[in-house]
Design a protein around this ligand. Structure first.
Ligand code: URA
Length: 244
């Protein structure tokens, strides 16, 4: 994992930042002797600690300091990829036990799109993953109203003019199944940009309509099949190593 060095901070801030309680709750815990620093009880809220080398425990449990948090969410349909909204539920409303403040979703999925969404407070990672010239691969599963053909595969491969001055990079389209009775197809598509409604617009250009869309991967990060829509978990160290 990336080696991050932190400067020393007050123990009450350390514990509040890690979600142990508010600053005043933490002061109470200190007073009650529930906090130890390198195995010795500590009562002074202004005590400085080094997050990298000191061992801070609350009720005997080691509290690790993380400046950054990385969460894999299986976004359900019906929630907005935004940090807050006055009327509608956002993806951040689904994250109920975050340790850090200032989380945001890395990029956007449409309200009706499901699947992998990375939620973090690490702006520089987000910047790298979203940067248009990094061409990070994103793979989607979709159900299509229409029979997807070899011509469509070639069209996606050759790039599609989506708007004045913007032609998509070659995208890899593969057909999983077609159903001639219902006139629908199941496909996977990998794109290397993230324009607004990109997958839907690419199929529109092919005269077809996306009726269900789910993101399966972003760069090296794969949606954990154990996560149901609405569920989330922290990234593992190896997922994070690969992303960073
Ligand atoms: N392409 C779309 O059309 N919508 C999404 O949510 C993601 C990619």
């Amino acid at each position: 994992m990336m080696d991050m060095k932190h400067s020393t901070i007050r123990i009450d801030k350390f514990l509040a930042d890690m979600g142990i309680g508010t600053r005043s709750e933490v002061k109470n815990y200190l007073k009650k002797g529930l906090i130890t620093l390198n195995q010795a009880p500590v009562k002074d809220p202004s005590q400085k600690v080094s997050p990298d080398t000191d061992i801070v425990c609350f009720r005997g449990e080691h509290v690790r300091y993380t400046a950054y948090e990385y969460i894999m969410l299986h976004k359900p349909a019906g929630v907005l990829s935004a940090t807050e909204d006055r009327k509608q539920k956002t993806v951040l409303d689904l994250i109920t036990d975050a340790c850090v403040k200032d989380l945001f979703p890395v990029g956007r999925l449409d309200k009706d799109t499901e699947g992998l969404l990375l939620i973090t407070n690490d702006g520089s990672l987000a910047h790298r993953l979203l940067s248009p010239n990094k061409h990070i691969a994103k793979t989607y599963y979709a159900k299509i109203d229409g029979i997807v053909t070899n011509e469509d595969i070639l069209l996606f491969q050759s790039g599609i003019l989506l708007e004045q001055g913007f032609t998509t990079l070659p995208a890899i389209l593969s057909v999983l199944s077609t159903d001639s009775l219902t006139g629908t197809s199941e496909i996977e598509v990998t794109i290397y940009e993230g324009k607004f409604h990109q997958v839907k617009r690419m199929f529109e250009a092919a005269g077809k309509k996306v009726i269900y869309l789910k993101r399966l991967s972003m760069g090296t990060l794969l949606l954990d099949p154990a996560l149901q829509p609405g569920e989330y978990r922290h990234l593992t160290d190896s997922e994070l190593d690969d992303l960073l």
